[in-house]
Design a protein around this ligand. Sequence first.
Ligand code: NDP
Length: 285
Amino acid sequence: KVLCAAGSLAVLLAFFCRDTFQPEQLSGARVLLTGASTGIGEQMAYHYATFGAEIVLTARREAVLQEVMEKCLTLGAKKVFYIPADMSSPSEPDRVVQFAVQKLGGLDYLVLNHIGISPFQMWDGDVEHTRWLMQVNFFSYVALATAALPTLEKNHGSMVVVSSLTGKIPTPFTTSYSATKFALDGFFSSLRHELMMQKRNVSITLCILGLIDTAAALEKTRGKVFIAASPAPEAALAIIRGGAARLPELFYPWWLRHVHGLWVLLPSPACCRASIPQRSEPQRP
Ligand code: NDP
């Protein structure tokens, strides 16, 4: 009986969660994409281009953005512009959104994907780096979302926020990075509730990614992490589909959802507790 009930539940879930993604729905969609010069962002740019979107690309390196723009045009993008910007500067998010709105006449998607460089190592006490990383990976996301909200609301648009499993499950060697990703979850998941309460039709998709085979990630984790990395083009497509489907959360690869579910149920395994040395009771005279 239990197996039968579980089976029926699985069928029902599959029915309600079935993938209704139609590439045509992105034809002519106006997209502002950050971190678009390399890695997953670059791959997202190529997918959006193939689907016929109108795109504004941003990152710091102008020459690389220009190359990505040219490839997007050959792939079928309706319009492509780029704007170099360093998100460690608090004035850049407003400038970038204004540029995108002016070039595209409004926005349907704001895809927040960039990250500042951070080491994969034990906490070394560098508070300044954490402050800087918070600006790049978190405060600039908040500022970009705030500046884009009016145009997204007008167009019943979507925000897509790229995060990580380390923004759901604390992981060693990622202290500051993990903190910025947890902050994104707190802010954007809370904002999603508020938008729903106010009946404002802007979706927010938080994307929880595992290890992806970008050059930056492989370089950082080489010799330290021994799990297979998933392909960046596939991760990029999963993010785009999740945003188009207006999912609240997307896990890629899909089985990370179960890893996270298990962690919520069993956050502190007995084996970890057993490995912590116990303090001995003070001796009474
Ligand atoms: P990359 O390091 O490959 O790309 C980062 C992008 O951000 C580049 O386009 C870079 O371009 C841009 N960038 C860097 N610094 C700044 C800055 N100060 N201001 C503006 N833009 C900046 O990252 P990935 O593609 O690997 O990661 C993309 C997203 O996916 C991130 O949000 C990351 O947290 C997430 N993710 C990735 C995983 C992975 O294993 N790869 C795992 C989990 C999550 P430029 O240098 O030209 O500025």
